[in-house]
Ligand binder design. Structure first.
Ligand code: ZN
Length: 129
């Protein structure tokens, strides 16, 4: 298993980690298989979406924040319940196909680490199968 370190700079932020994951695939020497990517955090997530127009990730964040308000009747004493909920909705893992030594992604797709309670230093686990 390889660990990618991600430094986030804002409370909420989508960070494109596609090239870091591609490097792990390249270093593995694996030509065909599965790349499993896992985020071991309760206030962060991972998703695949458009990486061509940066307004897409802004719009996704805006919509998530509309669905899950910062203030509500939350009970969690740490005060970061919205981040926990966003993490659960987005999810902690994605799996990708490796073919001819490369990740199979659509033309406009990228892999995004999703920070919901930053800034922090985060980890992403990558396992090549
Ligand atoms: Zn918490």
């Amino acid at each position: 298993m390889k660990v990618i370190e991600v430094k986030t700079h804002d409370r909420e932020e989508f960070i494109d980690i596609t090239s870091a994951v591609e490097n792990v695939v390249k270093e593995s020497g694996k030509k065909d298989g599965i790349c499993f990517i896992y985020v071991p955090h309760t206030t962060a997530g991972i998703t695949i979406n458009e990486n061509a127009d940066p307004s897409v990730k802004r719009d996704i964040l805006m919509a998530i924040n509309k669905l899950i308000p910062y203030t509500w009747e939350y009970q969690h004493s740490e005060g970061n319940s919205p981040a926990h909920i966003k993490s659960s909705i987005i999810g902690q893992s994605v799996s990708l196909i490796i073919e001819n030594g490369r990740l199979v992604l659509g033309t406009w797709q990228g892999i995004f680490f999703c920070e919901f309670d930053g800034p922090r230093t985060r980890k992403v686990y990558v396992k090549i199968l």
